[in-house]
Design a protein around this ligand. Structure first.
Ligand code: BV8
Length: 245
């Protein structure tokens, strides 16, 4: 089954950890996935960070180290090619924080759960800043807080469970859906459809009259919400999926 893209199609893509699996990045919920060895509550919530910031920084530092050793796979490259072909009629929303879409050449990209390679302060409103360092000891102090006599600690600039997503990113996605009028196609790739609000995008796309597709290694939690389901590895399916009209 192929996904037809013509001159009017507006293509909104959502990716999850499955799209990076063939690059060697562990997913969250597959066997021996990331959450197997680290309960979500301990490493991906603000409460977990407050309770044990060293553990959380070890978890994210190990993911930073791993992400530097892997490379985009043909699935990432196929989406970057669609970006180049379609221009502003294309938007890629990713739950992934590994930076592989950007390294593959994707430009029209919304990283709704943030980035592994950005750090921010857990206290002051300073903007997130690029940071590839690994922190294996005490969590680094925020220098700006220190100059103001506060003891802010730096944290990964990712969105944890119980934290709200950046409203600007969410409104960019809603605007894309609204502007698509009757030409929207929504494609989800490599995601278990468990985490909200990302998992709700398919409902939003259908409500806007969009045609919805899921490419996944196996049926996901919300597979029934999609018009089309293509079962298979994204690195193999995506390069052959699009029929460019
Ligand atoms: C929020 C951090 C307001 C960075 C992550 C309803 C509405 C709103 C919120 C909620 C709601 N219900 C519950 C909530 C709370 C919560 C939530 O959704 N909980 C779930 C567990 C039920 N949501 C939130 O807290 C969000 N905040 O909405 O704020 C609010 C707050 C409190 C209460 C109400 C409202 C914040 C969510 C963001 C959490 N942060 N990551 C990081 O460390 O990475 S989420 C984490 O899971 C990752 O970002 C990951 O991307 C994401 C989703 O997982 P997937 O990407 O889908 O990966 P997974 O392993 O699960 O699946 C991979 C799939 O790929 C599998 O299906 C597999 O078969 C497939 N696959 C494998 N290999 C391949 C493949 N497919 C193709 N090819 C292959 N080769």
């Amino acid at each position: 089954m192929r996904l037809r893209v013509d001159g009017d199609t507006r293509l909104l893509v959502l990716t999850g950890a499955g799209v990076s699996a063939e690059s060697g990045v562990p997913t969250f919920r597959d066997a021996n996935g990331l959450w197997e060895s680290h309960p979500i509550e301990q490493v991906a919530t603000p409460e977990g960070f407050d309770a044990d910031p060293r553990l959380v920084w070890r978890f994210y530092s190990e993911r930073r180290r791993k992400a530097k050793t892997v490379h985009p796979n043909p699935g990432h490259l196929a989406l970057a090619e669609a970006d180049g072909r379609m221009g502003d009629r294309f938007l890629l929303v990713t739950q992934n924080v590994d930076g592989l879409h950007r390294r593959a050449g994707s430009r029209r990209l919304v990283e709704i759960h943030g980035s592994l390679f950005e750090t921010r302060c857990s206290v002051c409103p300073r903007a997130p800043f690029p940071d590839e360092r690994e922190y294996l000891g005490d969590p680094p102090p925020c220098e700006e807080c220190r100059t103001r006599g506060r003891d802010g600690r730096l944290r990964p600039a990712v969105v944890w469970f119980g934290e709200v997503l950046d409203p600007a990113r969410l409104s960019q996605i809603s605007s894309f859906i609204d502007d698509a009028r009757g030409q929207l196609v929504f494609l989800a790739v490599g995601t278990s459809g468990v985490v909200y609000p990302a998992a709700g995008l398919v409902v939003q796309a259908r409500a806007a009259g969009g045609e919805t597709w899921l490419v996944n290694a196996e049926a996901a939690d919300n597979t029934r919400a999609f018009h089309h389901f293509v079962k298979g590895p994204s690195g193999k399916v995506l390069p052959e999926l699009f029929e460019w009209a």
